[in-house]
Design a protein around this ligand. Structure first.
Ligand SMILES: [Cu+2]
Length: 346
């Protein structure tokens, strides 16, 4: 099946559709000798929700939650370390300092008000207090700096990369390139069905794609448990590549390559946005990253016409069993798959 190798959430959602696809797959081979094949019409590959590249997102992770105020659940080792440092150290330190200063202020206002203290003290120096209020903040800052610098160092000294993705920001979409695999494509935001700027043949967003303004027509797909290096740049103005669940936010500067890395163990769909004001449609260039198993990743690379490093070209091509199923589902999908011609007029 084309839908083989689903994420757990996607597998559940897909369960209902499986029998339909299987039924179609069994009838499809008889139809293949007919002259009118999908290749003749050059129809784009149909969208099969739940398949690799179209896994169904889990609203509990990788996207903003209604009313949420905390840092998104982190899925990278660096993100978990940074979030822990923020939640259990920084928040406690800044809260204690704020409460302490507020208490001092209130105490002073009450205790030394004119009514209670008609003759003010004329003291202007107290060496002990001055040493203490200089040293204590210095020690607090050093205490914060040591783990912060360690974290920064880890962020900028990546382990050897298993996969490299070059990310380019454009006005107003992202493009992703897998230089080791020969895969590259653009990723545009999916418009709502009732958006007046959407053309008739343009695929619109469904909840299976992701939340409004965050869902893209093409997702970056990366393998779980592998070190993925992101090389980030832009071809027009400054953009910023930000994925909150990865603790990743890095500027995309024209003529410059910025580098960061992630390692995500948990398969799923993760959403981000351009985070540098880059023009009129700055708010409409979302980032979608789907984390899949390494086997699914290889399958996805093959489906994009790419090759895995070390593999013979074409070795990982779509299995014969998968092809009829995909062709058959083509008729069941009401929407055209591509977004490109229309989004060019954005
Ligand atoms: Cu941008």
């Amino acid at each position: 099946m084309a839908a083989a190798g689903l994420t757990p959430a996607a597998a559940q959602a897909q369960a209902g559709a499986t029998t339909e696809n299987e039924a179609a797959a069994t009838t499809a081979p008889a139809a293949t000798p007919a002259p009118a094949t999908t290749a003749a019409t050059a129809a784009p590959a149909p969208i099969v929700y739940g398949s690799v590249g179209h896994a169904i997102p889990d609203p509990k992770i990788g996207m903003p939650a209604p009313g949420g105020y905390e840092i998104e659940e982190q899925v990278t080792p660096l993100g978990q370390r940074a979030a822990h440092f923020h939640n259990f150290w920084l928040m406690i330190i800044i809260t204690s300092i704020s409460v302490f200063v507020l208490a001092l202020l209130l105490y002073t206002m009450v205790r030394f008000r004119r009514g209670a203290n008609p003759t003010p003290s004329r003291n202007s120096h107290n060496t002990l207090i001055e040493v203490v209020w200089t040293l204590v903040p210095v020690l607090i800052l050093v205490g914060i700096a040591i783990p912060s610098i360690g974290l920064l160092r880890a962020q900028y000294s990546p382990p050897p990369a298993d996969v490299t993705v070059k990310i380019t920001g454009h006005q107003w979409y992202w493009s992703y390139e897998y230089p080791d695999n020969g895969v590259s494509f653009d990723s545009y935001m999916l418009k709502e069905q009732n958006d007046p700027t959407r053309t008739k043949d343009q695929r619109y967003r469904t909840d299976n794609d992701g939340p409004p303004l965050l869902a893209a027509d093409e997702r970056m797909v990366i393998p779980a448990g592998k070190v993925v290096k992101f090389i980030i740049t832009a071809d027009d103005v400054i953009h910023s590549f930000a994925v909150p669940a990865f603790w990743t936010k890095l500027d995309a500067n024209p003529g410059q390559l910025n580098e960061t890395w992630v390692k995500v163990d948990r398969p799923g769909v993760y959403f981000g946005q351009c985070s540098e004001l880059c023009g009129a449609r700055h708010g409409f260039m979302p980032i979608n990253i789907e984390v899949v198993t390494p086997a699914q990743y290889a399958q996805w690379i093959a489906s994009k016409g790419g090759t895995m490093p070390g593999a013979k070209p074409g070795a990982a091509a779509v299995t014969p069993a998968a092809a009829p199923a995909e062709a058959a589902t083509n008729t069941a999908i009401e929407q055209p798959a591509t977004n490109q011609p229309a989004t060019a007029q954005n």
